[in-house]
Design a protein around this ligand. Structure first.
Ligand code: SF4
Length: 248
């Protein structure tokens, strides 16, 4: 399909949604400087106060036990493996103390799909961490972990997220999105939730006013079109968030 670059950039500047095909055309044909200019202009429309913020946090893994078997992952160990671990409270304390000492304030908590760690384990862990460190911010669990816990508990995303929200600050990590297309996911991370479920977990989080983030792991087997469809899917979920929620 042959589009007009200028017309598509004008459309984007009017904040009209581009299709994946239109995005692909720009990605493959528009000069990078023009894309940067328009991207920055759209950012200014969305964030008029022009403030950029950051946070110092530390990644900490809850467990390396995982049954998802992602092809790119060198981190996980099967249940019962000699090198498998579940992080202890003493280890968290050391990591949090070090983080605070360096001016950090948040822990990003993620780990594998451990078949023995259900909702109650995470609820008790987060409660204990918050009791020990009331000022600690928790950026915890991504959609694949939440989907897995939901399956273990035979529950719903909303119920699991509600229980987690009661004991943490209200921020869900955007991990495990990889590329949201299921052709790609079947090939690289078959044991993780599908793209639709990843998006559904985030929809549910936004309904509960839990702020989320989104990742994209690219440069492997995905096509450019699948990258564009990834963006379109995220934008769709963002467009559905309740007005007062931040969403992604
Ligand atoms: S779900 Fe996470 S920990 Fe498990 S294999 Fe995949 S990337 Fe590794």
């Amino acid at each position: 399909m042959n589009y007009n670059i200028s017309a598509l950039l004008q459309k984007a500047l009017r904040l009209e949604f581009l299709s994946a095909e239109e995005g692909l055309f720009l990605f493959e044909n528009a000069p990078t400087t023009q894309l940067m200019y328009v991207g920055n202009a759209i950012k200014k429309l969305h964030v008029p106060h022009q403030k950029v913020t950051w946070i110092i946090d530390r990644n900490s893994n809850t467990t390396n036990v995982c049954i998802a078997n992602c092809k790119f992952c060198n981190f996980y160990r099967r249940p019962g493996h000699d090198e498998s671990y579940v992080t202890t409270i003493e280890e968290y304390k050391q990591k949090i103390d070090e983080t605070f000492a360096l001016g950090g304030e948040q822990l990003l908590l993620q780990g594998g799909h451990h078949p023995d760690l259900g909702l109650n384990y995470y609820v008790e862990l987060f409660k204990e961490l918050k009791n020990l460190y009331p000022n600690l911010k928790l950026h915890a669990l991504g959609p694949p972990e939440i989907a897995y816990i939901t399956k273990l508990e035979q529950s719903t995303h909303i119920e699991v997220l509600q229980a987690l929200k009661r004991c943490w600050v209200g921020l869900t990590a955007g991990a495990g999105a990889e590329i949201l297309d299921d052709r790609v996911r079947r090939l690289i991370s078959k044991g993780k939730c599908g793209g639709q479920e990843w998006l559904d977990v985030m929809r549910a989080a936004h309904q509960l006013d839990i702020t989320t983030s989104a990742t994209m792991m690219f440069g492997h087997i995905e096509t450019n079109m699948e990258r564009m469809e990834h963006f379109v899917a995220l934008r769709q979920v963002q467009s559905e968030k309740p007005t007062n929620a931040k969403g992604f």
